[in-house]
Design a protein around this ligand. Structure first.
Ligand code: ADP
Ligand code: MG
Length: 596
């Protein structure tokens, strides 16, 4: 007996639908993308019960003719491509002609649509792929899609849906991905008769503010513009100022008008922030890539958000450099427009401060005196002084910073060392608690980087060379690092095919640590990848700083403590280490007062 038979159409459609329509959010995406493809300037999304009972999308786009309205629900019916070749130059959202066929296979659908040139529109009612009713109707230009009782005929899928709360969150997430790319289109989102989002047409920045600022203008005040045009890719958008970093940051990449996830480029952005943001805080970013569609892997699967680029390494470097440049410009004079956000619990990495109850750390707080006129002027300066594209290596003077932090001259401040670990430093607005080991790492890290840049470091010659043995691969790596190592004080001479003689080491390093420190540097550089010279210079500076900094447990003399804080507070970034560890936390006078 033959056992193979064809599945009925309705079953085949349901199965295929499963790929495209997994939840109400996928319906929303498909319908709104169609509206955008139809050139709509106003789109309304209306849902009941997180789209479970009803999801409606109304647009003022091109509308459809009577025949097209009927055709649109056929599988592989699309007005957007003619041949497979077109796939590679495609810039519209949908193109598989599957979405409507999939939706109507698993829901009850009603559509009203009219083109500008027609006086009468078309009304269609479809359920489980069967046309139930078709008639002429009076309706506005555009298309009005109503999807009712999603998965009414597929109980398994219905059961698979999460709580309304979760599904609503999914809907909004999908909605954000779209509205952030189409700021010139007006959107409304209504859930159970409540208007959740009312987004007027505007600029990208206004859109971001309307979505995430919730009436708080300060939100976009904390975004810095980025822009870079290369032959390979154009990048523009906004990145958050480091001090506005938070635990629930908004991070978005878009490519050619579509949301995408990209772990590798994400790493590029994070690398640009390294050393500026405490460990468990994240900066926000909204970055838009524009690239020739031929250079990305065409996203054949509509539900996929990961995209593969050709030449990702180069783009990584472009992203890193672009974000870094934007932040660097802005670092020249630390920003001062602080609406101080609520106080934030101190990151756990500093929980060693166990003796002092409830120390709060506010990364948004700026220690500059809030009414300092000069500081204000500085702030206005950075955006206007450095038009995008210029990269002027201006050295800031942080004398002003010290002056603003400490009412008196720093030499009159009396630091108090505590438990071979902390230094208490009174300042204008309260009390700083400085972790002396980390403070010294920060100071040395800057110093070593300067030495590399200026190509001069202080070296101590060894009477008896130490031997550094390496495998072939690391020999090659060290070969590329030799000059940078020399600039921080390491002098290496090749001894054999697989070893170097260490004949000189940085002044502050002890001989016993020489080999271990070099091995650590090699390891770290290998980890970060040897593609970016700047990164490995930072890595060398950091590893060395860690190994030469004053250790915990060492009791500092008053003079040493003084010297250390004097040098620390002269740095633009005295708050966190490059790996995000907190150097300084503070206790403000008001907090002290509130305890009595
Ligand atoms: P695709 O978008 O991949 O072409 P869909 O199944 O999403 O496939 O839509 C099929 C066709 O229906 C589209 O190509 C378009 O011609 C038409 N269509 C769908 N939605 C709308 C709309 N809101 N306005 C005008 N035409 C639409
Ligand atoms: Mg579509």
């Amino acid at each position: 007996m033959d056992i193979i038979h064809l599945l009925p159409d309705s079953v085949a459609n349901q199965i295929a639908a499963g790929e495209v329509i997994q939840r109400p959010a996928s319906c929303l995406k498909e319908l709104v993308e169609n509206s955008l493809d139809a050139g709509a300037s106003r789109i309304q999304v209306i849902v009941y019960d997180a789209g479970r009972t009803m999801l409606q999308v109304i647009d003022d786009g091109s509308g459809m003719s009577e025949t097209d309205a009927r055709m649109a629900f056929e599988r592989h019916a699309t007005s957007k491509i003619q041949s497979a070749q077109d796939l590679f130059s495609l810039r519209t959202m949908g193109f598989r002609g599957e979405a409507l066929a999939s939706i109507c296979a698993v829901a009850q659908v009603e559509v009203q649509t009219r083109r500008k040139e027609d006086e009468i529109g078309t009304f269609l009612e479809i359920a489980g792929s069967d046309v139930i009713r078709q008639e002429a109707c009076l309706c506005p230009v555009g298309t009005n899609f109503k999807v009712k009782n999603l998965f009414f005929n597929v109980p398994v899928r219905r059961k698979f849906l999460k709580t309304d709360q979760t599904e609503l969150r999914n809907l909004l997430t999908e909605f954000y991905h779209i509205v952030l790319v189409y700021p010139h289109v007006q959107f409304t989102f209504v859930s159970n008769d409540e208007v959740l989002m009312e987004l007027p047409a505007g600029t990208e920045k206004q859109r971001i503010e309307a979505v995430f600022g919730k009436g708080n203008k300060a939100y976009t005040g904390n975004l810095v513009d980025i822009k870079s045009d290369t032959e390979l890719v154009s990048i523009r958008g906004f990145v958050g100022k480091p001090e506005a970093a938070s635990k629930n940051a908004q991070q978005y990449f878009f490519v050619n008008g579509r949301y995408m996830r990209h772990a590798y480029f994400h790493k590029a952005v994070m690398t640009a922030y390294s050393g500026m943001v405490p460990g468990d805080y994240n900066p926000s970013y909204f970055i838009y890539f524009d690239i020739n569609p031929q250079w990305i892997d065409v996203n054949i699967h509509p539900t996929k958000t990961e995209i593969k680029f050709q030449d990702e390494q180069t783009i990584f470097q472009i992203v890193l450099a672009t974000v870094r440049e934007a932040l660097g410009k802005f670092n020249i004079a630390p920003s001062l427009d602080f609406d101080r956000a609520g106080e934030i619990e101190m990151p756990t990495s500093t929980k060693q401060v166990a003796d002092i109850p409830k120390v709060v750390f506010d990364p948004n707080y700026n220690p500059f005196h809030p009414t300092s006129a000069r500081a204000r002027d500085n702030y206005k300066g950075w955006e206007t002084l450095y038009p995008s594209g210029s990269n002027i290596p201006t050295k800031p003077t942080y004398e002003q910073q010290k002056e603003d932090l400490f009412e008196t001259s720093l030499s009159e401040v009396q630091p108090y060392t505590y438990r071979g670990k902390y230094i208490f430093v009174p300042y204008r607005a309260g009390l700083f608690i400085v972790n002396h080991h980390r403070a010294h790492i920060r100071v040395l890290y800057e110093q070593y980087q300067h030495q590399i840049r200026d190509q001069k470091g202080v070296s101590q010659q060894l009477l008896f060379p130490e031997l550094l043995e390496l495998n072939t691969e690391d020999m090659k790596l060290v070969d590329t690092l030799l000059s940078d190592l020399r600039y921080v004080g390491f002098e290496l001479e090749q001894f054999s095919k697989n070893s170097y003689n260490i004949v000189g080491i940085p002044a502050l390093l002890s001989v016993d640590h020489a080999v271990a420190t070099l091995n650590k540097i090699i390891h770290c550089v290998r980890e970060t990848g040897i593609s970016a010279q700047q990164q490995w210079e930072e890595q060398i500076a950091l590893s060395l700083a860690e190994d030469t900094a004053i250790p915990y447990g060492k009791k500092l003399t008053d003079e040493e403590a003084h010297d250390l804080i004097e040098r620390l507070f002269a740095l633009s970034n005295y708050r966190v280490l490059p790996d995000g560890k907190v150097i300084v936390c503070e206790w403000k006078v008001e907090e002290l007062d509130s305890r009595f």
